[in-house]
Design a protein around this ligand. Structure first.
Ligand code: AMP
Length: 229
């Protein structure tokens, strides 16, 4: 990888991959390990929906249908979040960019602070496995720990392993039908981004079908390498 990111400016790393590839899970782990800030436009949009803001009201129906929210809305919430001081530690973007236009907008946004993208890492998975992964997942309402109906249930039924909370949440767009729409949007709009970053020498690919810890290991090595470049 010969990314143009410099060690003098805070790193900007991108995780690419379809819904269910593990972007959120892995971004949280990289955040802890490298002291970066995870920035998920999906989380920011869900917070806007929950808060009932104008942007949230406009985004809600599109999200529930599995489509892409307009660039105007997504870029505005991203710009706001990047203005928070903690992002000066460096960011790991999860779920953004999702289109080539967003990738170009990201370049312009971070250029304002002299930054460039350090690396885009694509989590490589198989679509059919993603439908099963996403439609069975749920999270602890207390600490956000992720679980799955078939692959990872709490050790004690109904109690979070991490914090002991007894309330759990499911995303309204994590139904099998909506996941298929989200996968279609991914292939039509987002998958071409791999070629976009590859042409700039910034793309790395990681097999993300294996165990979560193995994927974290592979990602950690790539991030360490990108930061040293
Ligand atoms: P995610 O949490 O990344 O799976 O995103 C959930 C939903 O939020 C997506 O299905 C889209 O409707 C919307 N969304 C998240 N990020 C973006 C983005 N960068 N551009 C457009 N829509 C987005």
């Amino acid at each position: 990888m010969d990314g143009t990111g410099s060690t003098d400016t805070p790193p900007v790393l991108i995780l690419l991959g379809p819904p269910g590839a593990g972007k959120g899970t892995q971004a949280r782990r990289l955040e802890e390990r490298f002291g970066l800030v995870q920035l998920s436009t999906g989380d920011l949009l869900r917070a806007a929906v929950a808060a009932g803001t104008e942007a949230g009201r406009q985004a809600q129906a599109v999200m529930e249908a599995g489509g892409l929210v307009s660039d105007d809305i997504v870029l505005a919430i991203l710009r706001d979040r990047l203005a928070d001081p903690d992002t000066a530690r460096g960011v790991i973007l999860d779920g953004f960019p999702r289109t080539t236009a967003q990738a170009e907008a990201l370049d312009a946004l971070i250029a304002e602070t002299g930054q460039t993208v350090d690396a885009a890492i694509s989590l490589e998975v198989e679509d059919e496995a993603m439908v099963a992964r996403v439609s069975g997942r749920f999270t602890c309402a207390g600490c956000g720990e992720g679980y799955h109906d078939a692959f990872k249930r709490p050790a004690q039924e109904g109690v979070c392993d991490g914090c002991g909370a007894t309330a759990f949440k499911r995303r309204p767009d994590d139904t099998a039908e909506t996941v298929r729409a989200r996968l279609d949007a991914y292939h039509a709009e987002t998958a071409p981004l791999a070629a976009f970053y590859d042409a700039r020498g910034q793309l790395a690919r990681v097999d993300a079908m294996g165990a979560i810890d193995d994927v974290t290991e592979a990602l950690g090595a790539l991030v360490a390498k990108a930061r040293a470049a």
